[in-house]
Write a protein of this length. Structure first.
Length: 699
């Protein structure tokens, strides 16, 4: 341990010395270290130089010309950090200084490599109002032109956009296109007039690029211009021209104020000979299409390939509104069989009552394949009105219809429950159970689980049925309790009591049994619930005995424990104490204060005997105020001395019970307030009550 402390002190002192050395280093010394071939020196310079004032930047810029690649790399990192640091409010002067220093990297005599480094750094720092003439000059350099354009886009200021716009008159057609793509990316308002003018260029490529620069606005004033660009495009520029049109219409859509015009444009796209355009129209209508769009969409895919057909169905699926549902229904009869089947599914997912009549009709009267799809759609409809036709389909003469209807009812119940409509969800599950054969256990289980989550009073007989089916016993208890609670809400107390009693007969875990006991006691039950819970109710008590100084009484054998003589008499101060019988209350709690008097810092003893048929492992689940020692058949199995209120089942004590009579002795400390305990005997594996008998003890 001492060696470890020594090492820690050495490291601390070393770090402190190192920090003091480099904290004291001047800017010139740090610049020397930055230019050093020593990696450690460069690392320290890399750490501390950015803390210096921006006046050191010109010297760092000069190091970008170093012959040492590692020096160049470190200098670049320091400059990037400076650029980021000064580009915040309040450091405008430093920002200008850094910008000016970095602009020197673009001077004509600089190497292409240095110019590229400058173009990488400048977008980090250049403010609006900076002199961008060095970048303008680079646009004349065939080797640097594209990199300069990209840097201007990244700088993104109105000044940068103005440089690009100002170069249009000198640019080749190809570079003119690149500039317009940049202006579109920058969303530069000032260049819109220039874009509009170039939309009439003699070069088709330039027209398409100018259209892109107009498209981001979503301004209807440019719509006809862009459509003319498309109309007069050639094969080479068709794709770019169409892209400008699509972008403009999408921008109109996003602005929202001219939604109907966007819808009209998307509908026009459906008449195109180009799959890309038709697909864009379908996608757009899927987002904002209305009822009148449906006929155009279905007409568009009558002879379409599978991919486009699927895109149209997906678009119809995404559309919403009563008018859309009505239009789909109106167009249903004239659609192909393949499309009709798809439309049935689409209608089911609309969750709109308008769709019910058609779905119900097809589910009852359509051809076999159509009936199955319509039944499935009703199950997806999330409409309570679908329960009745699905229940009817579940009684169909056709086996496929029956099976699909059962699944559909369960799916409908799930969807209704997920939406918070538990009353109708319960009705759907109940309808499913009515048509599920008893041998289809898996499906029946799904319905019962759903009914547990979404119970309804009408499921009274179903709950009793689940209790009678041995294969459903793991589901029966929560189902019986859930339906019982619902019956209580409906003030059907007798039925609720029947279900709670049925749940008790299945001998659930003790915690569940406790809940059931409280429910049934609230309904007036007079059953000995303590015995059903494994609670020991009959005890003999003696006390109080003094705890004494330093808790000496806790370890003093006042009654010669663990031996017990119920005829024994004991002196406690001037009082003679004797054993007295008590019975726990309905919850199994023994109130020692009521039997022995209210005292503080005293000890009492409690004794009970239980009889079991076979030897077994068990656990005592004890709650006590305040603490207890426990002996089983004369052997101490537990001890805790701590002031605390009673918590049911707080202490778990593993014990071995022998066949026949088992003696349980407890020494219970009372600090202040309540003096009470509760003891329950349970199985160690699953906490179920241990069945035992208690005879009336005689002193």
């Amino acid at each position: 341990m001492r060696k470890t402390h020594n090492i820690a002190w050495v490291l601390t002192i070393s770090l402190a010395l190192a920090s003091s050395v480099y904290a004291a280093a001047s800017a010139s010394e740090l610049l020397e270290k930055l230019a050093s071939s020593n990696a450690q020196d460069r690392a320290y310079a890399r750490q501390y130089l950015p803390r210096e004032c921006a006046q050191v930047v010109p010297q760092i810029v000069s190091l970008l010309s170093s012959d040492n690649e590692l020096v160049r790399s470190t200098a670049f990192q320091v400059l990037a950090e400076f650029a980021n640091q000064v580009s915040v409010p309040g450091r405008e002067e430093d920002r200008t200084l850094v910008t000016t220093s970095l602009m020197t990297l673009l001077e004509p005599h600089r190497s292409p490599e240095l110019k590229q480094l400058g173009l990488r750094l400048l977008p980090l720092v250049v403010p609006q109002g900076a002199d961008l003439s060095p970048l303008t000059l680079l646009l004349d350099d065939a080797e640097m032109r594209e990199k300069a354009r990209a840097a201007l886009v990244e700088i993104g200021t109105p000044d940068a956009a103005a440089v690009l716009q100002g170069y249009l008159d000198r640019a080749s057609p190809d570079f003119t296109c690149a500039i317009f793509y940049s202006l579109a990316q920058m969303k530069d308002v000032a260049s819109l007039d220039a874009s509009l003018a170039y939309a009439k260029s003699e070069h088709a490529t330039v027209r398409a690029a100018a259209g892109r620069a107009l498209a981001w606005t979503g301004d209807l004033a440019y719509l006809e211009t862009v459509k003319q660009i498309v109309a007069h495009s050639d094969q080479a520029t068709r794709s770019d021209a169409v892209d400008a049109w699509l972008r403009l219409v999408r921008a109109v859509e996003l602005k929202g104020e001219n939604r109907l015009i966007a819808v009209s444009e998307y509908r026009d796209m459906l008449g195109s000979d180009e799959p890309k355009v038709r697909m864009a129209g379908l996608a757009g209508l899927g987002r904002i299409g209305d009822g009148p769009s449906v006929a155009d969409m279905l007409k568009c895919i009558k002879n379409a390939d599978t991919f486009e057909w699927a895109a149209a169905i997906e678009a119809l699926d995404q559309m919403s509104g009563d008018d859309v549902c009505k239009s789909i229904i109106d167009e249903y009869a004239s659609a192909s069989q393949e499309t009709q089947l798809a439309l049935l599914s689409v209608l089911g997912r609309k969750h709109n009552p308008i769709t019910l009549d058609l779905l119900k009709q097809i589910a009852a009267e359509g051809d076999a394949e159509f009936r199955v799809i319509a039944i499935r759609a009703l199950g997806e409809s999330v409409l309570a009105q679908a329960i009745e036709p699905l229940n009817a389909a579940g009684r169909s003469a056709d086996a496929a219809d029956r099976q699909e209807a059962r699944m559909a009812l369960i799916n409908l119940g799930n969807a209704l429950g997920d939406g918070g409509n538990h009353a109708d969800a319960g009705a759907a599950y109940l309808a499913a159970i009515e048509v599920i054969p008893t041998e289809e256990k898996a499906l029946l289980r799904r319905a019962l689980v759903g009914l547990t989550v979404s119970p309804c009073p009408a499921a009274f007989e179903v709950a009793k049925m689940a209790k009678a089916d041995a294969e459903m016993h793991d589901l029966a208890v929560p189902l019986l309790m859930s339906i019982g609670d619902k019956l209580l809400e409906a003030n059907e107390k007798d039925k609720a009591k029947q279900l709670f009693e049925a749940a008790v007969e299945l001998e659930p875990a003790s915690a569940t049994m406790q809940i059931l006991a409280e429910k049934l006691m609230g309904l007036g039950s007079r059953v000995d619930w303590s015995a059903r819970l494994g609670v020991i109710r009959h005890w003999w008590l003696v006390g109080p005995f003094e705890l004494g100084e330093n808790h000496a009484g806790w370890n003093r054998p006042y009654i010669d424990e663990p031996n017990v003589d119920l005829r024994g008499r004991y002196m406690s101060g001037k009082r003679r104490l004797e054993w007295r019988p008590v019975v726990a209350d309905d919850h199994g709690i023994v109130n020692m204060a009521a039997a022995l008097g209210q005292h503080e810092n005293v000890i009492g003893y409690a004794y009970a005997e239980i009889e079991v048929t076979d030897a077994m492992n068990a656990v005592l689940r004890i709650g006590a105020a305040d603490s207890e020692k426990v002996w089983i058949n004369g052997e101490k199995v537990f001890e805790l001395f701590a002031g605390r209120p009673m918590t049911i089942d707080e202490d778990t004590v593993s014990i071995k019970l022998k066949a026949g009579t088992n003696a349980i002795l407890m020494k219970v400390w009372q600090h202040t307030h309540k003096w009470e305990f509760r003891v329950r005997v349970a199985t160690p594996e699953d906490d179920r009550p241990v069945v035992f008998m208690q005879q009336q003890l005689q002193p």
